[in-house]
Design a protein around this ligand. Structure first.
Ligand code: DNO
Length: 436
């Protein structure tokens, strides 16, 4: 596998020179300064590519080329936005960048309620609490219908009608005795109890965590300097009125069918990132969260350029996902891998486990993905460690949430060790000579 690292551009406090020292081969990045919906010009791409190459690295993957909301909800300007997208794809390919990660999550990209959740050993992790997220939805956002939806929410239950998912819940989730069963959890009661002890500071922190600190740097809808993020939230949510799961699926299919000829022409591999967390939130449908969903979009547009970012972390946060079985099934259409693993608590809340622990079984995933090559030149399938603990002073350095240096470096070293051991046990065949 190709060892890559998500780097946030020239302003990133983690420099390319630092990454060279820790064995990174490829860079995962984006043109973070280009406003949403504008073309990525060839000049701007070339400038960043050359900067990366001058440091002895290569720009391996784009994460993300954002799909604007209008494409997701099917607004009147979606065709124009798809043309913009195609032009950016052509420009990327012309500069030699062929792997493009994106997501199809409405309004909110990834979500966490606590960005520095303390671990017993003194380091900290990202954490998702259903009750706190529901508090944000009901008491802060005051979204219409939210109370009713949370009343029926059972964090550990599988999506309706998905029998694979149902059987994997029992296989993969430990529930210590005396624990609250997910299905029986009364989230509303927890939210109301939380409301009694809530302070303005904690409310502010929740908004910061859910809207600003997690979204601001990923080229999503919200920016760090947004003065009225909640208003923007409501405006965006309103665009999705009447958009259910089937409609969102139809819009994804429309987008993929429209861009596939360009991808074929330029050799671009698209890889959608799963929904994180893999649950419907804020009354919005989420369509890349289970094996059934992934099967659906791969079959709906059965073109090898339409593929998946296998984010083991996002998938392992769903109790109904058997991550190893999914890796086996979807490896042939996987163009990019995020190595990360979650631990789900008995009540459904989850945190990010060590890269050698949790539900995802990253060692087994390395066995599955390790031997796969992405090009005739013999480059391995690109992977990056996703997130990582915040440790040993990372917290004072101003890194983006979930993107520490020492914590991620530690996780990367663990994965490098796993890969080296596997290769030692079963060496890979030499790559074909001569390239394309
Ligand atoms: C969060 C990331 C996501 C991801 C996008 C891809 O840490 O994994 O923001 O980059 O969803 O489009």
């Amino acid at each position: 596998m190709e060892k890559t690292w998500r780097w946030f551009g020239k302003k990133d406090k983690i420099t390319l020179a630092m990454l060279r020292q820790i064995g990174i081969e490829g860079i995962v990045t984006a043109l973070h300064d280009v406003p949403l919906g504008e073309v990525w010009t060839r000049e701007a791409i070339r400038d960043l590519r050359e900067y990366i190459e001058a440091a002895g690295l290569r720009w391996s993957v784009v994460e993300s080329l954002p799909v604007t909301e209008t494409i997701k909800y099917g607004g009147p300007d979606r065709d124009q936005q798809i043309e913009v997208y195609k032009e950016s794809l052509r420009n990327l390919a012309a500069e030699g960048i062929y792997t493009v990660c994106y997501n199809f999550m409405p309004v909110l990209d990834w979500a966490r309620t606590d960005l520095l959740h303390p671990n017993p050993d003194g380091s900290s992790n990202l954490y998702f609490s259903y009750a706190e997220f529901a508090y944000f939805d009901i008491y802060i956002l005051k979204r219409k219908g939210a109370r009713e939806e949370w009343k029926n929410m059972a964090p550990l239950s599988s999506p309706e009608g998905d029998t694979d998912a149902q059987s994997s819940i029992s296989k993969t989730t430990e529930a210590p005795s005396g624990a609250v069963g997910g299905a029986a959890r009364n989230i509303l009661a927890e939210v109301d109890a939380l409301a009694k002890e809530m302070t303005p500071e904690r409310e502010h922190e929740l908004v910061e965590n859910i809207v600003i600190k997690t979204q601001g740097f990923v080229s999503g809808n919200f920016r760090e300097d947004d003065e009225a993020p909640l208003e923007l939230f409501h405006q965006l949510l309103a665009k999705y009125e009447g958009i259910d799961k089937d409609q969102l699926r139809a819009n994804m299919k429309y987008f993929l069918e429209a861009i596939m000829p360009t991808c074929e022409e330029c050799g671009i591999n698209m890889c959608v990132h799963p929904d994180d967390p893999p649950i419907p939130i804020l009354g919005l449908p989420r369509i890349v969260r289970t094996a059934e969903d992934i099967r659906w979009f791969l079959n709906a547009v059965p073109n090898p350029h339409n593929g998946l970012t296998f984010c083991a972390g996002s998938l392992s946060a769903g109790a109904y996902n058997d991550v190893v079985a999914m890796a086996r099934e979807f490896a042939p259409r996987t163009h990019f891998v995020h190595l990360r693993s979650c631990h789900i608590f008995p009540n459904g809340d989850f945190t990010e486990a060590s890269h050698l622990g949790g539900r995802a079984d990253l060692i087994e995933l390395c066995k599955i993905f390790g031997p796969l090559l992405t090009s005739p030149k013999g480059e391995g399938l690109p992977f990056r460690v996703d997130h990582g603990r915040t440790m040993l002073g990372d917290e004072t350095r101003g890194y983006n949430a979930g993107y520490s240096f020492l914590g991620r470096m530690f996780a990367m070293a663990q994965m490098q060790g796993v890969l080296a051991t596997l290769e030692h046990e079963a060496p890979l065949p030499a790559p074909p000579q001569g390239g394309e």
